[in-house]
Design a protein around this ligand. Structure first.
Ligand code: PLP
Length: 387
């Protein structure tokens, strides 16, 4: 039995997988069981922010494994204190709750919003407005929050109290405010097709929320931690949401989720109202602290922005490319005639890992990718697009 047969014998078939068995990786290149190499333009969906097995990151994680791997949240650990401090300080938030995934981080944000409103206004003011074409996760609650009909299937009944406003349409949002306690949005819709929201719209949403004591929740699970060339994508928009959630790239490939809140709602979740056995796990915190240290080092984010521009310029020069969307190293490529799925398959064959988002090819390369690695990957991609 080969690895894929062995795998499929025991793992549920919930994913459309490619025939690639990743054995190991270093820098921004991984190797399959036969020793074939693949340049990584996907980072395991924006998660391996420092590439494969970065040395400093691996040292931090491994030494934590050997010191203490888990304690439960009945006790304190220095590493969680340090990671939380570094994260809140960098992101400009008062307090953080740690979970293990993006969905959990969003679930926490939704709980904070509902309890904030309940504490202040009582029952009935519990609606969360999200955007059409959004993606917020795969738990029942975050599926309910996801503004795409295709996700609201099979698993009835879904969690009530969500409504979906059209992105960049402030009147549609205004019409849905009744009974709302929060608006939750992605500044750049990732799974929805790498689509950035209009700046003016975000400013208006922020004002409306403020005027009505409605919390603004930013789902930065994909856009956060340097992905867009700023630590948070909200910095591009000049707004500071009441709550911001992070996950994917936050700990460089160890599972983590974070829900950060400002002073207004940092104390909403009181003892016994929320929890997670693994939340704030020391190994995840060690990985996260190593990522924060790197991403906040002098010049790092500026380089992310520059590399993003470099990708955009090179891609826009390709005939087959209709348009390039996104911010920083979060890139969507709309093609003129070729199907994204065919391009992704052809790239895999040629030793390049790509992602898709809706009808686009999506790139989420490791934040520390080198120009040499970018060129090698783009050469393969360009040849496929020109063929
Ligand atoms: C990936 C993603 C999620 C879900 O994160 P998981 O870790 O898979 O639970 C939520 N929101 C956004 C914007 C995402 O990109």
């Amino acid at each position: 039995m080969n690895t894929i047969e062995e795998f499929n014998k025991s793992v549920m078939h919930t994913y459309g997988r490619f025939d690639l068995v990743v054995e190991k990786g270093s820098d921004r290149v991984c190797t399959d069981e036969n020793g074939k190499e693949y340049i990584d333009f996907g980072s395991g969906i924006g998660t391996n922010s420092l590439g494969f097995c970065d040395e400093k990151w691996a040292d931090a994680v491994c030494s934590q494994v050997r010191a203490v791997q888990h304690t439960s949240n009945y006790y304190y650990t220095k590493i969680q204190a340090q990671f939380a401090g570094a994260l809140c300080n960098t992101a400009g938030y008062s307090k953080v709750f740690f979970g293990n995934s993006g969905a959990e981080a969003n679930e926490c944000a939704i709980k904070i919003a509902r309890k904030y409103s309940f504490d202040k206004y009582g029952k009935g003011r519990h609606k969360i407005i999200t955007l059409v074409n959004s993606f917020h996760g795969r738990t029942l609650c975050t599926l309910s929050a996801t503004g795409q009909e295709a996700f609201h299937n099979y698993f009835f009944p879904f969690v009530e109290g969500f409504d979906y406003a059209k992105a960049n349409d402030i009147e549609d949002l205004k019409a849905k405010l009744d009974g709302a306690c929060a608006v939750m949005l992605e500044f750049v819709q990732g799974e929805g097709g790498v689509i950035a929201l209009d700046k003016e719209y975000v400013k208006q949403v922020c004002e409306i929320c403020h005027e009505n004591d409605i919390l603004l929740i930013a789902d930065e699970v994909q856009t956060g931690v340097g992905r867009t060339g700023r630590f948070l994508a909200s910095e591009h928009y000049g707004v500071h949401p009441d709550i911001t959630t992070l996950a994917k790239g936050l700990a460089g490939g160890v599972p983590v989720g974070a829900c950060m809140a400002d002073e207004k709602c940092a104390e909403v979740l009181t003892k016994g109202t929320h929890g997670s056995t693994f939340g704030g796990n020391p190994i995840a915190c060690a990985g996260g602290k190593a990522v924060i240290e790197r991403v906040t080092a002098d010049g790092f984010l500026k380089e992310v922005e520059e590399k993003g521009r470099y990708f955009k310029e090179k891609l826009e020069a390709v005939d087959e490319v209709e348009s390039v969307s996104g911010l920083g190293l979060m890139i969507g490529i709309k093609l003129k005639t070729k199907s994204a799925a065919d391009v992704v398959s052809a790239a895999l064959e040629r030793g390049l890992l790509l992602l898709m988002a809706k009808e686009k090819v999506r790139l989420l390369p490791p934040l520390n990718i080198t120009y040499d690695e970018i060129d090698r990957g783009l050469n393969i991609l360009t040849e496929i697009l020109n063929a």
